[in-house]
Structure formats: C-alpha cells, structure tokens
Design a protein around this ligand. Structure first.
Ligand code: SF4
Length: 445
C-alpha cells in the first residue's frame, strides 16, 4: 500500500535543513508521496528509513534483474494476476543447468550447446536466458574453475547454485559484474548468503519447504538488508507447486504482502521429457519468474519457449514484421509482385506459400499497424492510397517495370481505386494463402 505524505514525514530527519531543495521535511515528504522527488535527494536520511521507504515505493512484485547492461534479464514486476486484466511484462526466464563435476570437454560442449539454442518463431529469435551452474563437487575450486570455462564460452546471465557460501563466494567474486543470482539461502545459511547478496549486490534466492517457512525466511533476509530476492517454496509435487505459486502471487498482488512480493524460481524435476515439458509449462503459466531445466532436448525446449512467447506477447500490441519489399528466390524484373499487411501471422502464412510455389516473387508489406488484411482494410490501414504511397516510396516501378501488382482476394474491392491512384495493373489474388502456388502457376506464366 502506498504511504501517505505524513507516513513518509515520520521517517524523515525532521531538521528542515533544506539540503533536498524543499523548504521543509514535510514539503519533501509530500513530494515523495506524489513521486515528484527521489529519496536519494535527502542526504541525512537513515539507512533503515531509506530501506523502508524504498520497500513501500516498489511495485507489489519486485522486478529482479540479472546479467550485464548489454545482456540484462528481468523478471517479476508484474501487476496483474491474469493477463487479460492488462498484460504481463517480464517473461519467465529460462535457465539450463550445468553441473560443476562434468569433465572439461563435456562442460564446454554443454555450455556451447546452451549458447546455440535458438528457435525462430513468428519472426522472433527465441532463446534460453541463463545458465545455472550447480555445485555437485562441494569444492570451491572446482566450482570456480567450472565458472571460468562457462564464462569463456557464454555471455548468458548466471545462477550460482550451492548451499555453501564458501563455494559461492570465490565464484561470485569472479562474476559479480554480471550480477548473477545466488541460489539459495535457507534456514541454515541465511546470514552468510544474505551477507554475500548485500556485499556483491547480487540477487538472492530463498528456499524453504512451505509458505510459512518461506515467509519467515523472506522477512529475515529483508531485515539483513537483502532486498533483491526470489522465492522457492520447494514444492514436492506439481499440484503443490501450482498452489504455492498461486498463493504467493495472490498475496503479493492482492494484499501487497511484502515478504511474498518477489518473483518465484523453480527447478523443473520431471522424470522424462514429457513430465519436464508439462511441469515447465505449468510453472510458466502460473506463475514462476524463472525456471531451471536440466535438458538440452529441443523437443523439450521448443514447446516451453513457444508457450512462453504466447503468454508474454502483449495482446494489445500485434506482432509485426518490418514494412518493406521482401524477395523470395532469384527474383528479376519479370517476377510477380504481391502485397499484404505487416501483421506477423499474415506474413508468416503468406511467405511459406510463395516459397512453396518455387517461383521467384516479391512481396510488398505495407505498414498496417500490425493488422491482418481484412481488419486493416476495415480500419482504413490498408487502402489504395497507402499501398500506392508505399510503392512510390520504394520506387517499385524500377524493380518490376511490368507494373502489375497482385492484391489479396479478400480485398478485391480495392482493385479499381488502386489502379486509378497507382496507374498499375491490379490483379486479384486468391483469398487463401494456401492457393498462392496454384494461382502463380496459372496466372503468372
Ligand atoms: Fe528534511 Fe532531508 Fe530535506 Fe533536510 S534534506 S529538509 S532533512 S528531507
């Protein structure tokens, strides 16, 4: 719950020294309450009051970031329980685990494979985000040596996984500038792990069986000054995970319960690839901010990243492709020219059919603000004037002097006006993209 100006005033030094630029502490408190000033502007505020005010000002679920500025991964920061209420902001980060007791060549090969994981979907390059280095050896030297090998190969954000602060710290020293996640503090090591988190400014995951224990651990970590936290309630089964993650999300969003106001991390422990996919998908939907998967199998990763992309694509912002002229095959001045809108799904429905025709062809994509053909036509975003302007800007007359353009069959109504405004010969193409190969063979000889 947001603090009032008076609540904030109670935490200020009340000396009216004016160093913050406000005439009184009360005036400064009012500015803070209205978010017109920053707590940093008061040089005399106590550390305790600063933490309390920062905690009160932050969103119900904190945004936690890992990695460098160039390769930053963010999770949390969500404001709604369900996507249809508004949108989700930070997609569930996916980490792949690497054990520190692998042989050097095996470790290099695994790190390289993680680095190479990439899927192209609706024009977007989809990858995994992080590497979780797991302490299986119990040796600080082996753990650090494994980290060196991984950092030589990959620039991905890191999770350092060990129950021992003694194992974590030497590795943390080497990669503190990459802001790795420390996993994890529990009841037995909370002071040491929180100390590392504060000293190295690295986010800290907390693990405890059950929500009550996790809540206490979170309160303790906050009191120790660790404020960038992630939560793992260590669920024993999928239904318990679903219950725990939902409770944490509800408590933070609906009740602004600070100990639970952090994103959830979960290790996917399915016994076979089907269970791994099932668990990872459930965690992604409800409501993990970060999942760690022990698999490089593309059959496992593709469905998970696909689901994630679907959930975290803002439905209010259509996925688009760049409006421009696309060439398929060895095009020349006699190649057919087709036109469509820049809705990604439309483009990725039409372009495979052009490729399937095996006829070199151009596809002109106009800026329709991401709408499909019929919607754009109805919204006047795919009009003869817009198409003609785009053709002129790209000087298509020089590209295809035959001056013929094929429009989608669903908007055949545009043909007359487009001929008038462009001076081109307009052909009406098929309504369905699947008929493009047949159409081109029959019409474009
Ligand atoms: Fe008050 Fe701090 Fe501003 Fe001084 S700098 S007037 S103590 S709020």
């Amino acid at each position: 719950m947001a603090l009032s100006g008076l609540d904030i005033y109670k935490m200020l030094p009340k000396t009216n020294c004016k160093k913050c630029g406000s005439p009184t502490c009360l005036a400064f408190a009012m500015k803070l309450a209205m978010k017109k000033a920053s707590i940093e502007e008061c040089p005399d505020i106590t550390g305790e009051a600063k933490i309390a005010l920062e905690q009160a000002a932050r969103p119900p679920i904190a945004t936690i970031s890992f990695g460098t500025e160039d390769n930053k991964i963010e999770t949390g920061g969500e404001t709604v329980l369900y996507r249809h209420e508004k949108t989700f902001y930070h997609q569930t980060a996916i980490a792949i685990s690497v054990d520190d007791n692998l042989s050097g060549p095996d470790m290099d090969a695994r790190a390289r494979s993680i680095e190479e994981i990439s899927f192209e979907r609706v024009g977007q390059c989809v990858t995994v985000d992080m590497i979780a280095l797991i302490d299986k050896s119990g040796s600080p030297d082996k753990f650090s040596a494994a980290l060196d090998r991984i950092m030589n190969i990959s620039k991905k954000a890191l999770i350092l996984v060990s129950d021992s602060a003694g194992v974590i710290e030497p590795a943390l020293k080497k990669c503190a500038d990459k802001k790795p996640l420390i996993y994890a503090a529990d009841r037995s090591n909370i002071k040491d792990m929180a100390g590392l988190s504060v000293r190295y400014k690295a986010p800290l995951a907390l693990k405890a069986e059950g929500l009550e224990e996790l809540e206490k651990l979170s309160q303790e970590a906050i009191s120790l000054g660790a404020t960038d936290l992630m939560l793992d309630p260590l669920p024993r089964a999928l239904n318990q995970a679903l219950n725990d993650f939902t409770q944490i999300r509800r408590a933070s969003l609906k009740k602004n319960h600070r100990p639970f106001g952090y994103p959830v991390i979960s290790f996917v422990k399915g016994k076979n690839k089907y269970e791994i996919v099932r668990d990872a998908c459930v965690f992604t939907v409800k409501y993990a901010g970060l999942i760690v998967i022990d698999s490089l199998d593309k059959e496992v990763l593709l469905p998970v990243v696909t689901l994630r992309q679907n959930i975290y694509t803002d439905p209010q912002k259509p996925v688009t492709v760049e409006p421009k002229l696309y060439a398929f095959g060895a095009v020349d001045k006699n190649s057919p020219l087709m036109v469509t809108t820049n809705f990604s799904l439309t483009f990725y429905t039409v372009s495979p059919e052009i490729e399937a025709s095996k006829m070199p062809a151009y596809l002109l994509v106009t800026d329709s603000e991401g709408m499909s053909v019929l919607t754009a036509w109805a919204a006047e975003k795919f009009t003869p004037e817009i198409i003609s302007d785009t053709m002129n800007k790209l000087e298509l007359e020089k590209v295809v002097p035959h001056k013929k353009i094929i429009i989608p069959g669903y908007v055949s109504v545009l043909s007359g006006k487009l001929e008038d405004v462009s001076g081109w010969n307009v052909l009406v193409g098929p309504k369905e993209a699947s008929n493009i190969p047949k159409y081109l063979k029959e019409v474009w000889k």
